[in-house]
Design a protein around this ligand. Structure first.
Ligand SMILES: [Zn+2]
Length: 167
């Protein structure tokens, strides 16, 4: 997974949003959070901001990007961030990158990269390496596939549900 950004495509207001994200990340450190900040913008307006709260909220998924996505969805009253830009102080880890895809974010902009994060002791690069280079059998977490006959029961119920909300 490599994130490609066309550098010449960065606009002035996006540059200002990045300054804000980096400021959020720096302030987060002073307030006991992790050194990451993110914001979601739509139609030229910032709709949500967040910083990393993994240790303060005892939540390993409370990364700045995931938190900003959650806050933006609450603010906009939707589960889709189509038309939104996610600006984050650091290259998203695989979880945040996947969350951004699930959220249907249009555009993603980051400043520090996975190597900068690794220098500060964060596992972003290690996890990217796991996905990109390591067979699952070599992961530090055991992943087992139970091939049960009723494994598709939830999907059968989903497909049969006429009033489902697709996402
Ligand atoms: Zn993350």
């Amino acid at each position: 997974m490599t994130i490609h950004i066309v550098e010449t495509g960065i606009r002035a207001h996006e540059r200002a949003w990045m300054d804000q994200a980096i400021e959020l990340a720096t302030t987060s450190v002073a307030n006991g959070g992790g050194p990451f900040g993110a914001l979601v913008a739509k139609d030229g307006v910032v709709v949500a901001t967040a910083n990393n709260k993994v240790t303060s909220s005892l939540d390993p998924t409370a990364h700045a990007e995931v938190s900003a996505i959650r806050a933006a969805c609450q603010e906009l009253g939707t589960f889709s961030l189509e038309g939104c830009t996610l600006v984050t102080s650091c290259e998203p880890c695989p979880m945040c990158l996947s969350s951004s895809l699930w959220a249907r974010v249009d555009r993603l902009i980051y400043a520090a990269d996975r190597h900068d994060a690794a220098v500060a002791g964060f596992d972003d690069r290690k996890f990217y390496d796991l996905f990109e280079k390591r067979p699952q059998e070599m992961w530090p977490m055991a992943v087992e596939h139970l091939d049960l006959p009723h494994r598709t029961q939830p999907f059968d119920a989903w497909i049969a549900k006429s009033d489902r909300i697709d996402y």
